[in-house]
Design a protein around this ligand. Structure first.
Ligand code: PMP
Length: 443
């Protein structure tokens, strides 16, 4: 034990001194050090150096879909690395895992999405989508079509293009110079999309991008007919429709891809995270058969876009094994059933707690809103979700608060392998945490 304490102390100091954390409160890190130093994961649980065992109610970053500690993926990675760790996909070079994964994705993706450009993650996938969409219009002889429209409360990543497309303003305000030609529509109104297109001029717009269910922005589910209307509007004005399935892909919402809930298919689709369940960094963009064909017919030179790790053999081998597990263990179906249980649990908490307003979810993406007044939905002047999330972490549950745009929301995305019993523990800890803070608030 003493040895562990020594190690924790040593790592804490090194962390403060040398590790600049992504999307982290920098002062808190300096004052308190890391909240957890994780050492191991098994199923829905994470273990840390201090001996804590916590439910990973976020699948870490919405990505560990098949759960922690799956040695099959470790084996797939080790086998591929031992045989061929890396080789280039530039200049028409190829490798078997990348080819097989591209073919597998064509088989499972919506509509006729059939060709994949690989990246290392979701931000690169988004930047790639914007660049390929613009290049497509250049090839088609419409170079004025370069504007990209996205939605309020959207999150598309932090590379320069993805930051510029992100509708959550604090991410854009973090830097004071953005990429040009990005515009935003109201996230729940298709009319708002039409208005922006009309105002900007349809002949200047390359693409509209949307997450089927918004994740980091607070788990927002669009009205039932929203995407049908969006698809129609994009067709009417000849605008490419891109879905960002970085969170919603690979079973998260109870179907292979989130857009399947809405009966429409995109022209391009970004993915990352769940494609490897986070066991290896990988992402990509898929193109419809028609767009791919246009690239083939109209391009004259080299496709001058490529990341060193596009088509990484180990990443692709891990993805193939991950998709095999996802399908063999019917985890999409489990996400659907357990998602219903999770939502039921949220509803019971809503009935028992005065400070819980709207609850929502689809598959294993869920949200609980904190309110001061249930009927008026008035919020507390200082959001309580962060305090509840800290309380939950102490009690053994990791979840996330969303306070952007005046929200006070707690979001969830547990691994798709979660059992009924584990959902019950998640709900119990959540209830205890909200109740504890509610008591403090009321007394
Ligand atoms: N798109 C969406 C919808 C996301 O949720 C994220 C990450 N949370 C990204 C893109 C960016 O992915 P990455 O962090 O892998 O660059």
């Amino acid at each position: 034990m003493k040895k562990d304490l020594d190690v924790i102390g040593e790592l804490t100091e090194l962390d403060k001194k040398h590790f600049l954390h992504p999307t982290s409160p920098i002062q808190q890190q300096q004052e308190q050090g890391p909240t957890f130093i994780f050492t191991e994961g098994k199923g829905v649980y994470l273990y840390d150096l201090a001996g804590n065992k916590v439910i990973d109610g976020m699948s870490s970053l919405w990505n560990v879909n098949i759960g922690h500690g799956r040695t099959e993926l470790g084996q797939a990675a080790a086998e591929q690395m031992s045989k061929l760790a890396f080789t280039s996909s530039f200049a028409t070079f190829s490798n078997e895992p990348a080819i097989r994964l591209a073919a597998k994705l064509a088989e499972v993706a919506p509509g006729d999405l059939s060709a994949t450009f690989f990246t290392s993650g979701g931000s690169e996938a988004n930047d790639t989508a914007y660049k390929l969409a613009r290049h497509y219009w250049m090839l088609k002889g419409e170079p004025r079509r370069k504007k990209i429209i996205s939605r309020t409360k959207s999150y598309h990543g932090v590379s320069m293009g993805a930051t510029s497309a992100t509708g959550l303003k604090p991410f854009r305000d973090f830097t004071n110079s953005l990429a040009p030609d990005f515009y935003y529509t109201n996230n729940l109104s298709s009319q708002s999309l039409r208005d922006v297109i009309e105002a900007e001029g349809p002949e200047t717009i390359a693409a509209f991008i949307a997450e089927p269910i918004q994740g980091a922005g607070g788990v927002h589910i669009a009205p039932e007919t929203y995407f049908i209307e969006v698809r129609k509007i994009c067709d009417e004005y000849g605008i490419l429709f891109i879905t960002d399935e970085v969170i919603t892909g690979f079973g998260r919402t109870g179907t292979y891809f989130g857009v399947e809930h809405y009966g429409v298919t995109p022209d391009m689709m970004c993915f990352a995270k769940g494609v490897t369940s986070g066991y290896a960094p990988l992402g990509g963009v898929m193109l419809s058969k028609d767009i791919h064909q246009q690239f083939i017919e109209l391009s004259t030179g080299t496709l001058l876009h490529g990341y060193t790790y596009s088509g990484h053999p180990m990443g692709c081998a891990v993805a193939l094994k991950n998709l095999e597990i996802l399908e063999n263990e019917q985890l999409m179906n489990n996400a659907k059933i357990m998602g219903e249980e999770m939502l039921k649990g949220f509803r019971s908490i809503q009935r028992m707690c005065q400070i819980v307003g709207e609850v929502r979810g689809l598959g294993l993406m869920g949200a609980v809103e904190i309110v001061k007044n249930k009927s008026s939905r008035e919020r507390f002047s200082t959001p309580l979700a962060p305090v509840i999330v800290s309380e939950a972490a102490k009690r053994g549950l990791i979840c996330r608060s969303v306070v952007f745009d005046g929200q006070d929301t707690i979001v969830f995305a547990p691994p798709l392998i979660i059992s009924n019993k584990e959902i019950k523990s998640l709900i119990e800890i959540l209830y205890d945490s909200i109740h504890a803070i509610e008591q403090k608030q009321l007394h």
